[in-house]
Design a protein around this ligand. Structure first.
Ligand code: URA
Length: 243
């Protein structure tokens, strides 16, 4: 047993997250949501943060956005048990507001260790917050659908399913991008030499394995909110979470 996040195993990471009080969300949560799924998954999804139902159940993506995620996985012949699913922040933010930088920073080492432990071939970032972890300088509308190499892992930014639930154009785009996942998983680990950034920066290099995303009005960044009003009881329907 260790209290060191950098050497923790899966169970220890879950335990550390479940007892975490590094930021103020620790005292507001019902249950922390460390993430779940296959610990040897080739495919890992990173969302934004738990919503109402996730906070109640301690499991990621169990609301309507999660149902859409499951449906899209089904469309490519995969099940939730085949993949690992987690979030940028592990505790629900009040009224599903956008995560604060301090909250993302506090959870960062947990997520980094989860990525290290799962060691996936492909990471799908769902929405702008997880996409910004790997590509801090570009809007999701520009990045979505284009895989890139990050430290030997293919990072594939997609729109957040919650945004797709509210906007049919975004949904069509997300579903189309999702169908490209099998060929990404088939692809050999990228050999494109990543740029050597400063130590604290993620290593990214665009792969160009897939078609360039079509330009369309749905790419407007402001439509990528992960806010999930449909998943909330009426009194919680507050957050817009625009860019
Ligand atoms: N939205 C997220 O980003 N994560 C969840 O777990 C649920 C909804």
């Amino acid at each position: 047993m260790t209290d060191n996040v950098f050497t923790a195993d899966f169970d220890e990471i879950d335990r550390l997250i479940n007892s975490c009080t590094l930021c103020s969300l620790g005292s507001k949560r019902t249950t922390a949501v460390p993430g779940n799924g296959s610990r040897t998954a080739e495919l890992m999804f990173i969302g934004e943060g738990p919503g109402y139902y996730e906070d109640q159940q301690g499991l990621p993506f169990v609301g309507r956005a999660g149902q859409l995620l499951n449906e899209m996985l089904g469309a490519i012949g995969m099940r939730r048990e085949d993949v690992f699913v987690t979030n940028m922040i592990k505790c629900r933010a009040p009224n599903n507001r956008d995560p604060l930088p301090i909250e993302i920073r506090s959870c960062g080492p947990y997520l980094d260790r989860q990525i290290e432990l799962v060691s996936p071939k492909v990471i799908v970032t769902l929405g702008r917050y997880s996409t910004a972890k790997f590509f801090p300088d570009e809007p999701i509308g520009k990045l979505r659908g284009t895989p890139a190499n990050w430290n030997g892992i293919i990072v594939y930014p997609l729109y957040h399913p919650a945004a797709a639930l509210r906007n049919s154009t975004i949904r069509a785009s997300l579903e189309r991008d999702f169908l490209k996942l099998p060929s990404l998983l088939e692809a050999t680990t990228p050999t494109a030499a990543p740029v050597q950034p400063p130590p604290s920066e993620p290593q990214t290099a665009q792969l160009g394995l897939l078609d360039a995303p079509p330009s369309q009005s749905a790419d407007r960044p402001s439509e990528d909110s992960a806010a999930e009003p449909q998943d909330e009881p009426p009194s919680d329907q507050k957050q817009l979470g625009l860019f």
